[in-house]
Design a protein around this ligand. Structure first.
Ligand code: ATP
Length: 232
């Protein structure tokens, strides 16, 4: 479904990704792990079109989106939940969810029902300001808002950041369920418990390239991952 070949991207004179290859199959969750600065967030930005691709290609569902605009990617179903959640604290849960639906016009109850089925806590909190939610609930809201955009590929940049182990477990359950509903997931994650709970395939990123990839359970329990984390 997603196929990245020889991806080169960076900022001004800094090249961060030096020819990255990566693939995500339909209905698959792929996790990308690696030390700080390996280029994980840069990969997310290049995928969602926030930074320009300098060389290589990104294909999504057979379509070349290497140089497509962010909005064209969103319309194609490539939706990113950025690092740090970024829900709007002064807006209610419902208002935050409505923002996720803007791609398709105003949300109807028919759009909200499956979302609330997936995130029952948000139904209870629907009229609360997002800023009043716990960190874990805000992350669920960020996921739910992304789901309102009807993604076909969800890009998640460190959804565990700043969350308690209990909240991480809730987020892991939600992501696993999203994948079971047929959405492919690319998960950048330092939290191995979350990555292991969700992903079928793992890539280890080092210095802007893929060092290795394979079945998530093998890669995430292997010494390479331990080494790349010790390299912090
Ligand atoms: P982390 O877990 O710390 O976010 P990461 O693997 O996501 O690590 P990136 O954020 O992709 O790494 O950063 C890769 C390199 O790009 C780093 O050297 C970083 O300093 C640099 N970098 C990241 N964002 C920018 C930016 N907006 N402008 C310039 N350089 C940046």
């Amino acid at each position: 479904m997603l196929s990245i070949e020889g991806l080169v991207a960076g900022y001004d004179r800094l090249e961060v990704l030096h020819g990255l290859d990566l693939a995500v199959a339909a209905q698959q969750a792929v996790t990308v792990v690696g030390a700080n600065g390996a280029g994980k967030s840069t990969l997310c930005r290049a995928l969602s079109g926030l930074i320009k691709v300098r060389a290589g290609s990104i294909r999504f569902d057979g379509q070349d989106i290497t140089h497509a605009s962010t909005s064209a990617r969103v319309r194609a179903g490539v939706i990113q939940v950025p690092e740090g959640r970024q829900v709007f604290p002064q807006m209610t849960v419902l208002e935050n969810l409505a923002l996720g639906a803007f791609v398709h016009g105003a949300p109807r109850d028919a759009d909200l029902d499956p979302i609330f089925a997936l995130f029952p806590i948000l139904r209870e909190r629907r009229d609360k300001h997002a800023g009043m939610l716990s960190g874990g609930e805000q992350q669920l809201l960020a996921l739910a808002r992304a789901m309102m955009s009807r993604p076909r590929l969800l890009i998640l940049d460190e959804p565990s950041q700043g969350l308690s182990p209990k909240a991480v477990a809730l987020v892991a359950d939600a992501i696993a369920e999203i994948r079971r509903r047929g959405v492919a997931v690319l998960l950048v994650e330092q939290n191995l418990a979350l990555a292991t709970a969700v992903a079928q395939v793992a890539y280890v990123l080092e210095n802007g390239q893929s060092l290795t990839h394979g079945p998530a359970e093998d890669i995430l329990s292997g010494s390479l991952v331990a080494d790349s984390y010790l390299g912090h």
